[in-house]
Design a protein around this ligand. Structure first.
Ligand code: AMP
Ligand code: GLY
Length: 424
């Protein structure tokens, strides 16, 4: 099979790396890819939002299966477009991707189908939003309706801060169209987990449990990022929580999406908040999480390609996924200043040395090749991922890899995976 992977981050490097192991695959292309994907795939100079160009390439090259990494092309309707031309593609349609691309749609779905979530309101009007904020009280959470690259969520400590965030979003200054509607919701406490399933719109196969680390600094301090590290399995997802997440969250979502006339196919990612043995849904994503994808695919023993193809064909009933008993931990190394402004072009050393360690894989995210060097080219630069017999052992492996790597101003969290070790 000829496979086209769309995207160019750590998630896509992990996807390409895993797909390359499949005996079913003869050739892989990645658009736009990165120096990591280039080891197993032919990178294409096509951006993820150039969906007509991606279609043109897939047609002329005779691509058998396209796999979409990020949310942007999904929300632009890449799946609808490829299907129109009979090209198999893994991911939800534009309408189904609203489960991520519109937080108002997603919250209304949760409400209608009894999926546990924080109490909320959807607003386009500042006065109505203010009344809701004053009635609910702080802390309170303000979210831009549309896609905002992980930056559209403000946890407001005071009512004034919440109102300022609403005004900023509704004025269209910060998020443009994405902020023309806001969701305001109750602040939830507890432990977060990333709960992912693959689904053909009827059947669901859960992936192994995982946990992300959203905040930039150790101890979950500082602003939120796309994710500074992840690990699997996550002990927060006990057998009981797994059952609840399946029955109350993802199954209801899949049933609800079908009932709403937009059956959901692809990976469905539920961001969970777990407290006192109960789950609430923070959000849905229409794709693999990044960095969660990296430790998850390190642990996946069975071939991923038949599952992706079966989803694209609309029937996963014959599929299973096998997991390594080992744990995996991914530490994200980021550029100075991330998640704010950051420099590019700094020379990175030590990647090869890290990869010589046993059970360590370095996934590239924001890197580029320049004059024979690997240089930084994004906020999240590398995902150093280790396997071990326990989360503690995998942490040790991952950080041994991190220690070998250096560039000017690099930053990373020192406590990835610790939540799995010290539990109440
Ligand atoms: P979201 O994109 O909706 O998942 O929000 C990003 C992050 O903001 C989540 O991973 C949580 O850390 C935090 N967050 C979102 N909604 C809430 C909430 N209702 N209560 C507390 N934290 C939240
Ligand atoms: N790591 C969180 C996300 O992919 O949205």
């Amino acid at each position: 099979m000829k496979i086209l992977v769309i995207g160019g981050g750590g998630r896509e490097h992990a996807l390409v790396w895993k797909i390359a192991k499949s005996p079913l695959v003869s050739q892989i292309f990645c658009a736009p890819g990165n120096p990591g994907t280039a080891r197993h795939a032919t990178n294409l100079p096509i951006k993820v939002d150039e969906i007509d160009k991606l279609l043109g390439f897939a047609k002329s090259e005779g691509i058998d299966l396209a796999v979409v990494g990020p949310e942007l092309p999904l929300s632009l309707g890449i799946v609808d477009l490829f299907r129109e031309y009979g090209i198999k593609i893994f991911g939800p349609t534009r309408f189904a991707a609203r489960i991520e691309s519109s937080k108002a749609f997603s919250k209304d779905l949760m409400h209608k189908y009894g999926i546990p979530t924080a109490a909320y309101g959807v607003f386009t009007d500042i006065d109505a939003a203010e009344a809701f904020i004053l009635k609910t009280g702080a802390p309170i959470v303000v979210k831009a309706d549309g896609l905002a690259a992980g930056k559209g969520v403000i946890i407001a400590g005071t009512e004034q801060e919440a109102l300022a965030a609403v005004k900023e979003m509704l004025s269209g200054n910060t998020f443009g169209e994405a902020g023309s509607r806001v969701v305001i919701e109750e602040f939830l406490t507890g432990e977060e987990a990333s709960f992912l399933v693959v689904t053909d719109g009827r059947n669901l196969i859960p992936l192994a449990s995982a946990q992300d680390h959203k905040a930039i600094f150790d101890g979950d301090l500082g602003p939120n990022t796309g994710g500074m590290g992840a690990y699997s399995p996550a002990p927060a997802v006990t057998e009981e929580i797994h059952q609840k997440a399946m029955e109350q969250v993802v199954q209801r979502a899949v049933v609800g999406m079908a009932a709403e006339g937009c059956p959901y196919q692809g990976v469905l990612y539920a961001g969970l908040m777990i407290k006192d043995g109960e789950v609430k849904t923070l959000e849905f994503n229409a794709r693999f999480g990044d960095p969660e994808c990296q430790p998850l695919l390190m642990r996946m023993k069975s071939d991923l390609v038949p599952v992706l193809a079966a989803v694209a064909e609309g029937d996963i009933s014959g599929q299973t996924i096998e997991w390594d008993e080992k744990a995996a931990v991914c530490v994200v190394m980021a550029a100075e200043g991330y998640p704010g402004e950051y420099p590019k072009g700094d020379i990175i050393t030590g990647i090869e040395a890290a990869e010589q360690l046993q059970d360590v894989t370095v996934f590239h995210a924001g890197t580029a090749e320049k004059n024979g060097h690997t240089v930084t080219a994004g906020g999240r630069v590398l995902g150093v991922t280790g396997l071990g017999n326990s989360v503690a052992a995998a942490i040790e492996q991952a950080y041994q890899g991190v220690e070998k790597i250096a560039w000017r101003g690099m930053q990373f969290r020192h406590d990835i995976g610790k939540k799995a070790l010290f539990r109440d």
